[in-house]
Design a protein around this ligand. Sequence first.
Ligand code: ADP
Ligand code: MG
Length: 738
Amino acid sequence: MATEETRLKGLLGGQAASKLAKHRDIETVGDLLAFAPRRYRTAEADLGHPAVGDFLVAVARVESASTRQMAKRRGRMLEATITDGRSHMRVTFFDARGHEHKLVAGRELLFAGTVSQFRGQTQLAHPGYATLEEAAALGELGDADHTGLIPIYRHVPGVHPWTITRCVRLVLGQLDGVVDTIPEILRSKRDLLDRAGALRALHAPRDHGEVDAARRHLRYEEALVLQSLLGQRRIAAAAVATRGRSARDGGLLAEFDARLPFELTAGQQQVSAEILGEMARPTPMQRLLQGEVGSGKTVVALRAMLAAVDSGGQAALLAPTEVLAAQHAGSIRAMLGDLAEAGMLGGAEQATRVTLLTGSMSAARRKQAMLDIASGDAGIVIGTHALLEEKVTFADLALVVVDEQHRFGVEQRDALRAKGRTPPHVLVMTATPIPRTVAMTVFGDMETSTLRELPRGRQPITTHVVPTQKPGWVDRTWQRVAEEVAAGRQAYVVCPRIGGDGPDDLDGIDLVDEHGPADDEADGERVEEPEAPQRPLAAVEEVIETLRAHPALEGLTLAALHGRMAPDDKDAVMAAFSSGGIDVLVSTTVIEVGVDVPNASTMVILDADRFGVSQLHQLRGRVGRGGDPGVCLLMTATESDVAGERLAAVARSSDGFELARLDLELRREGDVLGRAQHGARNHLQHLSVLRDEAIIELAREDAQALLADDPELAAHPQLRARVDDWADEEQAAYLEKG
Ligand code: ADP
Ligand code: MG
C-alpha cells in the first residue's frame, strides 16, 4: 500500500519515475496525484472535421510519409498523411529521428494529439502514436473496467501519454490513508468530497459532475491553506507594536495643504484619510495604494510622508530606478517649495529637507546624504536600492513608501522595514492595477486603497490599431503625427528595441512571445511552426533614420532616447522635449514611468503586439496630460489572432483594471505575479487566483472564522501542519534568495 508520501521510484517500473521527476518534479505519489488532467475525453473521435485545439484520438492508416531537409534549420522533418478511410489528416514531426521507421506507409496505428493549424490546414504535430497491439495492451481500444471519462495529461517528455494514465491508475489502486486537510466541519458545510474521493474523481471520473466535484475540493483546499496562512500573518502583524504617527496642528502637512494649488479629488481625500488614520495607530500600517498612472498617488503619498515628519520621524520613498528616484525628488521638492528648504536661506519655518540617495551619486555627495539621513536632518529620503544597504541608517524611520510594487520583492520591503527604531508604517504604491482576488491572495496580508478617478483635466485617449499590412494606414499615421506637430503639439514614437544586437538591445523590457501564452501548456510536444520568418523588431536607431527621411515628417525635429545613452545625454534630451525643443521623441520604454510632458498629445507604438497589455496602457498614459485629447496608434505586423485580439482590447478599453486582468489571463499567472507572490506559486497547483474568485472568498471567510476562535489551529492539526509546511517552504525560499 502507498501513501501520498511514498516515492514513485520503486513503485513504478521502467523509466517513467525518473522522467516524471526530471521533467515535472513529480517524485511522490502525492505529486503524481496532484498532476491534474488538463481535460477529459469520452469516446474515440475520427478524422472527420476536428476543430483546432481538439484532442484527437483515432485509429488511422499511414497513407504516405516522407522526410525532407528544412531550409532554415538543421535536421529533417517528417511529413505524413494519415487516413481513416474517409478523411485525411497531415501529421508532422520537426525531427524525423525515431519516427521515420515507425510511420511507414500502409501501417495502421492509434494516433493521439492536439489538432493544430498550419497554413490553413489542420494537422497533428508531434502526436503520440502506438501500434494496435500496444494500444490494446494499454486498454486504449475499449477498457472493460473503466466506463467513465479518459483523462488527458499535460505532456511529459519521453513518457507516452498512456503510460501516465497507467501509472496514475496503479497508484490510485494502492493508495491508502489519505489525510484530509480540510476539516470535516467545513467539508460538510461546503459540500465537498473527502480528499481520497476527490483524487479518485479527478483521475478516474465517471462523468463531468465528478470532475467538477474533484476540482472544487482541490481548489478549496489550497485556498483554505493559503487564507489560513495569510490570516495568521495578519493576526501576528496586528500584535506588533509601534508608534502611531500623526500630523501636528499647524505643522508641515497643514502648511502643505494650505498651499496646494488644486483641490484633492474625493478619492484622494478618502484614501488619504484611510492612510493617515492607520498611521496614527500603534500597529504598523501595511497598505497597498493602487491607482493608474496619473491618478495622483504621489500627492497622497507625500501627505503621508509629511505626517511622518510632523510626528518627528522620517519617511523614505523607494523607487525602482534612478531616473524615477530623481524625478520623484525633483517633483516633491517642487511641490514643497520652501517647505523643503530647512536650514536654507528663505526656507519656511516648518521646513524639512528632501534628500536623494542613489548608487550613481559621487562618493562625497553620498556621504553627505547618509549623514543627513543618520542625523535626521533629512525628513524625506528618496532613493533606489541603495537605500537598502546596511550602512544606511535612519535617525527615526517612521514611514516607508515603495513605488511600483511589482519590481520590488518582499525581502526588500523587509530590509527597509528593519531600519526603523520602531517598526515603520509601510505604504506600497502600484500603477498596475491588481485584481481583487490577486490582492486577496498574494497581498492578503495588506489592506488596499484604490484611486479610481483621474484628477480633472485629464483628457480621453483614443487608441487605434494600425496593421502594417495596410500601407495607407501607416502613411496616415505619420501624417497624423505631422498634423499634431503643426498644431503645436508633440509626439512619442516607441520601439521595442534600441538597435544593434548587444544584450541590452531590449532596454530591460520583457517582450511578449509572438505566439501568445506559453506553449508548454500544450498537451502534445512543443509545436513549432517550421521556418517561420524572423522579423526584426523596430529599433530606435533605425526608426529615427527612417523617419528623418520620411516626406511626411520633413522639417520636424526628432531625437532618440534609450537606456544605452549616457545619463547626461538622456537628461538633455528629456529637458529639450519637456521644453518643446523636440517635436518627436523616438524612444524605447524608458519613457514608461513618471515622464510628464503635458504638450505631448500623440503616441505611436511600433510592433505593439510585442508589448504586454498593461504596459501598452501605461505607455499611452503619457499622452493626453495637457488640454488636448490624446491619440495612441498601435502599429503591428502580427498575423496572430491572439495578438490581434490583445491589441483590440487595448484600443477598446481605457479601464486599467480590466486590462490588467486580461494581461493576467493571457500570461502565465506565475510570470505576472513574479517575485511579489510570497512563494505561493509553488503551492498553487489547482487554484487559479483569477478564475477561482468565489472559492477564494469562501475559503477566506472560513479561515477567518476558524482563526477567530483558534488562531493556532490547535483543533485542526492536519490543516495546521499544511499551513506550517507552506510557511517553512517560503522561509526556505527567502533564505535561499539571500
Ligand atoms: P501618479 O503618481 O498616480 O501617476 P501623480 O501623483 O504623478 O500621479 O499625478 C499626476 C499629475 O496630476 C501630477 O502633475 C499632479 O500634480 C496632478 N494632480 C494630482 N492630484 C491632482 C488633483 N487633485 N487635481 C489636479 N491635479 C492633480
Ligand atoms: Mg507616480
